[in-house]
Each structure stands twice: as structure tokens, then as C-alpha cells.
Design a protein around this ligand. Sequence first.
Ligand SMILES: NC(=O)c1ccc[n+]([C@@H]2O[C@H](COP(=O)([O-])OP(=O)(O)OC[C@H]3O[C@@H](n4cnc5c(N)ncnc54)[C@H](O)[C@@H]3O)[C@@H](O)[C@H]2O)c1
Length: 455
Amino acid sequence: MSIQNVSIIGLGKLGASMLAGMASRGLNVIGVDVNKNAVDAINSGREPVQETNLGDMIAAHQPRIRATLDVHDAVENSDISFVIVPTPSDERGAFSLQYARYAFKSLGQALKKKNRYHVIVLTSTVLPGATRHGLLPILEAESGKKCGPDFGLCYNPEFIALGSVIRDFLNPDFYLLGEFDPRSGDALEEIHHRVSQNNAPVKRMSLENAEIAKISVNSFVTMKISFANMLAEFCEKVPGGDVDVVSDALGMDKRIGRKYLTGGFGFGGPCFPRDNVALNFMGDQLGVDSRLLKTNDDYNRGLSRRYVEKLQPHLPRGANVAVLGLAYKPLSHVIEESPGVYLCRALSEAGYRVVGHDALAAPYAETALKMSALVTDNLDEALRDADVVLVTTTDKPYLALTPEQLLKGKTQITVVDFWRALKPLARDPRIRYLPIGICTSSEIDGQLKALWASP
Ligand SMILES: NC(=O)c1ccc[n+]([C@@H]2O[C@H](COP(=O)([O-])OP(=O)(O)OC[C@H]3O[C@@H](n4cnc5c(N)ncnc54)[C@H](O)[C@@H]3O)[C@@H](O)[C@H]2O)c1
């Protein structure tokens, strides 16, 4: 089966980017959304959401792209439909199927009218069992047809990072393909070979194995991050300790690898924390001992408070503290589960006057932090009265900070550098430079000596 026409249901951050990516590889793509603004944006050659290169790519490949509110139109005029609607975390920590159920209902009704074979691909992140037991019955009930002979079904999540969604989608390490049967999988594999710019391998398996694999990737990566953060604390306690030196050595071991092993601050954003919590929820439901995941989440969520406690000797009572970096990563406006935002709250609870800065995320952080911190997108304003500056991301303007910019006429300032990216500041006697993950004290020497002294 040679597929030329595909449809995408859900034109958000991932769906719109996939639409643009697929069109750029020569496929005709019909986008569907319940939000008319998203449909109108695509039809007029604009991006419906903010994402790197998205607007340019939609405009460049406009002849192969159209959007509609009508699922029937999309199903009738394509051979395969990707469903990329939200699956938000519910109060239990599981992923809600509320939007996916609605989308599958309308897809089932569209399948009923279609006379040809069609493949439905779920790309939204779901938990093990959800595709077969939560969504497939809706398709069969609404269409009156049988999965297998009449239509196909796959679970095909993506591994992408906000800010590089299109690049990641076109150049993945591998495609994870959960299939109801080989016929469904063959159709989807063909699409992947067409779309991939890096000839990425396709890993085919059952729906359930793909669901477990998807959620495990982020959980594993976050364990690596937490491990590196714990190493950073070890290094701070041992004279001469330097987490980058240790991590560089660890990373040479092929079983470990260097990625995501830079100790500094915790993980955040819309995916990492929630995936970890969701897999732990699954463990609880299935009687699996998943304490590892729970501990990882607790450790990560506790980091901001822990840092405030640890730094207390360097934070004079009532000091003005500037937190630079409120998004969960550099060059982002996303503050969901952001360590920088949590740090502002923890500092405020400990009695400090806090100013948060972020060039892109300030408008979002302002609302989230209205009880805890002043928020600005003006770096000089954030630094004006600061006694202590905490740098939580490696955004370029922070890396270029000069002693004069930091001091602003004061005689002394303390700089806490979570990613050790401002080391030259240590040379200025007016700056008390405290890199996270590096031992800066010789007092601990005594502790270490005492530990090994002969009885
Ligand atoms: N954004 C990411 O970084 C990322 C990464 C990996 C996985 N995912 C997963 O992809 C899924 C979508 O995430 P997102 O960030 O793109 O969400 P989003 O909120 O940005 O977009 C979802 C879109 O779906 C639309 N929609 C909702 N119900 C619909 C329906 N019945 N029919 C048609 N359109 C509908 C919404 O209007 C919205 O435009 C989630 O399951 C998420 O976990 C996202």
C-alpha cells in the first residue's frame, strides 16, 4: 500500500509540527481540530502554536496542507489518521482519555461511512492498556466494524522536545511502533520510512509493549537527572569535588552515557514529571513495586526547598534575591513544573524578597508567582537591588553577565550558579561565587578526615 494522503487530528504543539514535518517530506496532509482558530491559522499558512520553524514550514509547504473541522472529510480523503489530542494528568496522576475518547468517537463514525481500509494511529501519550481497552472499543462500537479486517490501529508516540519538535520528529533515534496487527504496522512503517530524514530504525511491537516503552523512556531519563543532582551534592561535600569531572568520567562508560548527566537543577516541563508520576500510578494499580519512581519524583520536587536550606548560610535574613530563569529550560516560555518557579516560591516561604527574571516566560510566571515574587523580563531591573543572584538556566544573557552588571554600584554580591556556566566571575573579589556541584569550602575537610581517622 503506497500512502500519499494522511490526516492529523489535533493541531497543537505536537500535531501541527507533525503536519508541517510530513508535508515537508512530500505527503499531502489534512489537519483537523475542534478549535476553529487552529484550522484557520493552518489554512492561511500560519502556525497555530509557537514552535521553532513551524510558521515557515507551513507556509513553504502550503500546497500539500489543508485543515478542516470535519473529521469525516479528513478520514474519507486520507488513508491513515494520527490522533494527537491532549491526554492531561488526572487527579490520580494517570493520563485522562477524555479528549481521546471524543476524538475516537468521531473517528469511529467517520470509519462507518468509509468503504476503504483506514489506519488509526494514536500518538498522544497514554498508559499501558489504554489503546486496546479504553479506545479501540469506541472505534468498533461507533463504526460497527472490526479492527483487523476493516481498519487498522497503532500506538505511535513521539520523543520530541519543545523548541525542536519538527527537527526531533524528522530525526528521531528510533520510531516506536505498537501495532494491533502486521497490516496496520506495515502501513505506519511505510510512513516512517518516507518521513525520516535520518533513516531511523522502526521498532515494532504490541500496543502494550509500546505503551510501556514510551512512558519508561522519560522515567529512565529523569532518574539519570536525579542521580546527577545527587552526585552534585556529593561533590560539594568533598574537597576538590567537581560534578562535571565526575560526570565526564561516568559518561565514558557506554552503559551510562553522558547525556542528561549534568548535575545542577531538577527536571520540569510538561512531560518529564508527569510521565514519572503516571508510571508510578500504573505500578500501584498493577501491584508492581515502583518505589524507585516515587522516590525520584519526591527527590526532584524537594530540590528547591533543599537548595534554599543548603544556601541559607549565604542568604542573609531578609535579603533581596534575584532568580534568573523561570522557564523549565533555556529559550522557552513554558513554566509548567519549572524548578525556577518552585525556587522562587521556596525562597519566598523562607522569608526572602524575591524577584524572578525570564525574557520569554515572564508573562506566564507573573501569574503563577503573584503571591511569591515580583517578575520582570528586564534583566537590569531584576538585578538592581539584588544581594544574591541565583542563575537557574543557561540562557545567553545570563552567560554574558559582567561583574558591573551584577554589582550595580554595590560592593559585594553572591552569585549561585546552578550550571557552573559563569566561572570567570569567581576571579572578581567583589563576587562571592557559589557553583552548585563544586566544593567551595575547606571546612568539610575536617569531616572527611574525622571519618577516616583511626579509632
Ligand atoms: N508537546 C510535547 O512536547 C509532547 C511530547 C510528547 C508527547 N506529547 C503528547 O501529545 C499529545 C498532544 O500534546 P500537545 O502538546 O500537542 O497538546 P496541545 O494541547 O498543544 O494540542 C492538542 C490539540 O488537540 C486539539 N483537540 C482536542 N480535542 C480534539 C478533538 N476531539 N479533535 C480534534 N482536535 C482536538 C486541541 O484543540 C489542541 O489544538 C499529548 O498526549 C501529549 O502528552 C506531547
